[in-house]
Write a protein that binds this ligand. Structure first.
Ligand SMILES: [Mn+2]
Length: 253
């Protein structure tokens, strides 16, 4: 049986020391790849490029897409100047992610956008971001807990128990999640609906208002929780692959 090919977006970073000093490294967090493998999909890392024809070729050949985390989104893309607490920017990945997300939704490719992936999806459709949660939202919740990536550090209220997220994970009402972010969604783009919020009101799970395609946006990191043995989160990735396979004629492979 042919496996579902899941495109995984990558990131780039300039190296200032070590073996690759003065080189640019392309990377993906291993848990995103591992979650797809555990869900029995075939991960295909998509290189960072602004060559639209090349990205189109990837989009033609993938069955599903995962947009992973990375740098902060360039504030000019949502009409703001850079504020003091804004983090490191890398505009090349902004254009790359926005191109992939817009095309994936247009082509109805099943898509999960994670962390910065959800933020950049919101920007791609006209939404805005908090450049720094402590500075903008004055929250007491520990959203930036990078040392505890495999631990659930704050709660979320699920506002839509019939969402794709709740249906696939079985998680409803109140859940606990990890948190490795300092930015977040401010104004939500019109095409999305809120599925889950943290106690301070920050949007942490979104889906499309139109229910005719598979799209889930998540501010926390289900791929890390999935590989740290949280079955419910692995079921999100399994569910995407099941959704893809159900729609394909598997007997022809
Ligand atoms: Mn959070």
């Amino acid at each position: 049986m042919k496996k579902a090919i899941i495109g995984i977006s990558s990131n780039q970073e300039s190296q200032f020391d070590g073996w690759f000093t003065n080189h640019i490294i392309t990377y993906v967090k291993s848990e995103a790849i591992e979650a797809v493998i555990q869900a029995e999909g075939l991960p295909l890392v998509i290189p960072v490029t602004n060559e639209e024809k090349l990205l189109d070729y990837y989009l033609e050949n993938i069955d599903g897409l995962i947009i992973t985390g990375g740098h902060d989104v360039y504030p000019m893309l949502y009409g703001e100047y850079i504020q003091e607490k804004c983090g490191e920017l890398y505009p090349k990945t902004d254009y790359y992610d926005i191109y992939l997300i817009r095309k994936a939704i247009e082509k109805k490719i099943p898509t999960i956008v994670i962390c910065r992936g959800m933020q950049v999806a919101n920007v791609a459709f006209g939404g805005t971001l908090y450049q720094d949660l402590q500075a903008c939202l004055h929250t007491d919740i520990k959203h930036h807990a990078p040392q505890e990536g495999n631990i659930n550090v704050h709660s979320l209220k699920i506002e839509d128990n019939d969402s794709i997220f709740s249906t696939l994970t079985g998680l409803k009402n109140q859940i606990f999640v990890n948190s490795i972010h300092h930015q977040g969604i401010d104004k939500l783009a019109d095409i999305f609906k809120i599925v889950g919020k943290s106690e301070d009101g920050l949007i942490e799970i979104i889906e499309l208002k139109s229910n005719d395609q598979f799209f889930v946006g998540i501010q926390f990191h289900p791929e890390i929780l999935a590989v740290y043995d949280q079955k419910a989160m692995l079921n999100l990735f399994r569910g995407m692959i099941y959704y893809i396979e159900k729609g394909r004629d598997l007997t022809s492979d």
